[in-house]
Write a protein that binds this ligand. Structure first.
Ligand SMILES: Cc1ncc(COP(=O)(O)O)c(C=O)c1O
Length: 404
């Protein structure tokens, strides 16, 4: 008789966004005349930039001819893309990352969920609270998190690092020593960032205690301030303690196209075993590569035309972010984020819980956001709005919220 991976049974409730989806669908079905504006899920809405579409068309045509057809991609990804990444995302910022330390994938969600596989199940993880749920849930599935306390919404074997107003939504070094530290900056959900000096403290700490930092830089393209690092490898010593995750979803609108990468420097070792070789083994065994057409599309992100077009696209979303941030602040709300990230973190007014505010906004002004408590206990009484809508909808949503 087969048995289940019982760790899956420990996972509480349904996924945050399916709960939101159900509530919104029920409301829409009951009130078909209402125009609901969705600023909840972090999905992009602008079409792919012309340079990317053009590259995809060329690649599609190549696939139609025997001389230029491509089958399975190389294990780490095509060199043309890895070279473009190494040059544009790293060397141009003074970071010493070689093309063969870059592993192309179909996105940062898979990589952030899969990366824990190369570590022992008795490693202790530390996560920010609130947090992108994939880091915790993938460790629950692996049996690394102990037991769940439904009252506190926490796992017994996870170190939580509260990111709250008092510390500027930046985690403090934990009292208990972790083995794996998940950091994400600019942050989802709070939209907060940390400075290069603050990140350097984390790198020094990880090197001192022998921990690995898994650094999710999916929102790097939204950074506008000079002292905010784009990559953890801008910090000295990061090559011996950090893995970096990147995505093409938010900088280039690839949420439906699917492309990302993970950087594992060759100096990052446990004893004399390089994590690079373990991740290469895992990648080669369980993954057959992002499609050629998509990798060519990724290459176009780094072309001169691609860079210019994507700068405009990011600016479009950040204009929304500024409208939300300034509009709600002027209306008396307590808001943060929205400067180096497409997320605005809003304190629910009048002592409401996150879900009470969710229901209130949905029912009173037909605007959908994400309850902060869905990202962890320290997210309670907060609410996330995204800048990924159209400008017109964003303006209308903010004006409606101001009126409540
Ligand atoms: C912090 C963070 N990491 C990773 C992802 C997933 O990115 P991808 O679309 O590349 O899987 C998201 C998506 O919202 C995210 O917020």
């Amino acid at each position: 008789m087969f048995r289940l991976n019982e760790n899956y049974l420990k996972l509480p409730g349904s996924y945050l966004f399916s709960t939101i989806g159900k509530k919104v669908n029920a409301y829409a079905a009951a009130h078909p005349e209402k125009k609901i504006i969705r600023l909840g899920i972090g999905d992009v809405t602008q079409p792919l930039a012309p340079a990317i579409i053009e590259a995809m068309h060329v690649a599609v045509d190549e696939m139609g001819k025997a001389e230029t057809f491509h089958g399975y991609a190389p294990d780490l990804g095509y060199e043309f893309l890895r070279n473009a990444i190494a040059e544009n995302d790293y060397r141009s910022r003074g970071c010493e990352i070689a093309a063969d330390e870059i592993f192309i994938s179909d996105g940062a969600k898979c990589d952030s969920g899969n990366i824990q596989e190369i570590f022992s199940t008795d490693n202790k993880i530390a996560v920010c609270d609130p947090v992108y749920p994939v880091y915790v849930d993938s460790n629950v599935m692996a049996g690394r998190t102990g037991t769940y306390n439904a009252e506190t919404g926490t796992w017994s074997d996870v170190i939580y690092m509260p990111c709250v107003a008092e510390n500027g939504f930046a985690p403090e070094l934990p009292k208990e020593t972790p083995d794996l530290i998940y950091l994400c900056f600019p942050n989802n959900p709070t939209g907060a960032t940390i400075t290069r000096t603050q990140l350097q403290e984390w790198v020094d700490y990880a090197n001192k205690v022998g921990a690995v930092i898994i650094y999710d830089a999916a929102y790097e393209a939204y950074i506008s301030e000079a002292d905010v690092p784009h990559s953890i490898y801008e910090c000295e010593g990061a090559r011996t303690c950090a893995i970096e995750l990147r995505s093409f979803s938010k900088n280039a609108g690839f949420t439906g196209v699917r492309l990302g990468f993970t950087v594992v420097p060759k100096e990052l070792k446990c004893g004399d075993v390089a994590l690079h070789s373990l991740w290469a083994r895992r990648h080669g065994t369980k993954y057959n590569g992002a499609p050629y057409i998509v990798q060519r599309a990724g290459e176009a992100v780094y072309s001169e035309a691609g860079k210019a077009q994507l700068k405009e696209q990011v600016a479009y979303y950040m204009r929304n972010a500024h409208y939300i941030l300034n509009g709600l602040r002027d209306a008396g709300f307590t808001v943060s984020g929205g400067v180096n990230a497409p997320y605005i973190w809003l304190k629910a007014p009048k002592g409401m819980t996150s879900w009470e505010f969710f229901d209130h906004l949905l029912e009173k002004v037909n605007v959908v956001g994400t309850p902060g408590s869905g990202f962890g206990p320290s997210g309670e009484t907060y609410f996330r709005l995204t800048a990924f809508g159209s400008y017109e909808n964003t303006v209308e949503a903010v004006d409606r919220i101001k009126g409540i």
